[in-house]
Design a binder for this molecule. Structure first.
Ligand code: URA
Length: 209
């Protein structure tokens, strides 16, 4: 089973409170999501392997550590995942970015893929799928399955807020995928919204509706 990590750093929890608040306006919402994504990128890269190189400081020659060439990819699920990309790239600027677009078939309620564009070397990269809300897990599962069908094997999932239903669905479908959250909320309501949640992340981020 993949790990479930709740990024409970006080600054992340503080900023999360303000993105939940319905009075928070689009500009602030977007900035806060960006900042939380940067801090979560710090957590999700915690186990990157290091190697030792030799450098010379102004004082002495010394062995010193650098990240050992692990190549990363950030994969936002369109559209709300886009709001987390820039924040992550602040910490991992060499990462490449792929996109997966999904919509929900109104009759079957199943996610349908309408757009996939991945880095050419995606199969060699550690891919971090990003989407602010993990509700039923339908979109995350479809995105992860899409990556796996293209030969990608190293995949992590990073969301701001999840419902237990979504976490369970991803853990069952993709037990090899580690999940990172800022908060595990109470449940999904009858309309598929996470409670307490923050409403529709895409609408709040882009000022639609
Ligand atoms: N998607 C959202 O944007 N919000 C929810 O609460 C659930 C899914």
């Amino acid at each position: 089973m993949g790990t479930l990590t709740i990024c409970d750093h006080p600054l992340i929890q503080h900023k999360l409170t303000f993105i939940r608040d319905k009075e928070t306006k689009t500009k602030d919402f977007r900035e806060l999501v960006d900042e939380i994504a940067t801090m979560m990128a710090y957590e999700i890269t915690r186990d990157l392997p290091l190697e030792t190189i030799n450098i010379t400081t102004p004082v002495v020659e010394t062995p010193s550590k650098v990240v050992s060439g692990r190549m990363l990819g950030v994969i936002p699920i369109l559209r709300a995942g886009l709001g987390m990309v820039e924040g992550m790239l602040k910490l991992i600027p060499a990462a490449k970015v792929g996109h997966i677009g999904l919509f929900r078939n109104p009759e079957t309620l199943q996610p349908v893929e309408y757009y996939v564009n991945l880095p050419a070397d995606a199969t060699e990269r550690l891919l971090i799928v990003v989407d602010p809300m993990l509700a039923t897990g339908g979109s995350a599962n479809a995105a992860i399955a899409s990556l796996k069908s293209r030969g990608c094997t190293q995949i992590k999932l990073m969301c701001l807020i999840a419902a237990p239903e979504g976490v369970k669905a991803v853990q069952e479908a993709h037990p090899d995928v580690d999940i990172y959250l800022a908060s595990l909320d109470s449940h999904l309501n009858d309309h598929g919204y996470i409670v307490p949640g923050l409403g529709d992340a895409g609408d709040r981020m882009f000022g639609t509706k």
